[in-house]
Design a protein around this ligand. Structure first.
Ligand SMILES: [Zn+2]
Length: 173
């Protein structure tokens, strides 16, 4: 607990800036005190499957700065016996909520996408970049798909950048 004072007045919890987030169905709500400890993109196979997505972006928070503010009873957990990692998710809608790693007992990692607002950290770091999938969208130019309003696509070219870069690419993004 922080003991800081401002102009001699006792520190109040209301002065802490929090970032609040929730799962898809809204049963679970969480919050962290900002700024988050760090943020990164995780390209590992385990996280890819757990999220059903090309990769997941996490914000890491000290455990003591993280709270479940609603829906604790709706949270269920999966422990990976091989690695000791624990992934918690909403039992109603399946949204991944917390990723805990055995090596970092004091940290909890939360999908960045759960927070509509700012968390105080930019995701400058990548884990398992060697597992980046060649179908991951990386910001290639997009053009409208004729006849399908709202759909854009990457127009194939003879010298596709995707073919050139292979499964691993290291350009700055
Ligand atoms: Zn939910």
């Amino acid at each position: 607990m922080r003991k800081a004072t401002i102009l001699g007045k006792p520190w109040k919890a209301s002065e802490t800036v929090v970032a609040a987030g929730q799962c898809l169905c809204g049963a679970v709500e969480i919050e962290i005190e900002t700024p988050a400890r760090w943020a990164w993109h995780d390209h590992s196979g385990a996280t890819r499957r757990a999220h059903g997505a090309a990769y997941a972006t996490y914000v890491g928070s000290w455990r003591r700065r993280f709270r479940v503010t609603k829906g604790q009873a709706d949270i269920t957990r999966f422990q990976d016996e091989a690695t000791g990692t624990i992934r918690s998710f909403c039992a109603r809608c399946g949204t991944p909520l917390v990723y805990e790693r055995a090596r970092s007992a004091h940290m909890v990692n939360i999908p960045r996408a759960l927070f509509p607002g700012r968390t105080g950290r930019e995701p400058h770091y990548h884990i398992a970049i060697d597992q980046l999938q060649d179908w991951t969208y990386l910001g290639e130019p997009l053009v409208p798909l004729k006849g399908y309003p709202g759909v854009v696509w990457t127009r194939p070219t003879r010298n596709s950048t995707r073919k050139k870069r292979g499964t691993v690419q290291t350009r700055n993004v």
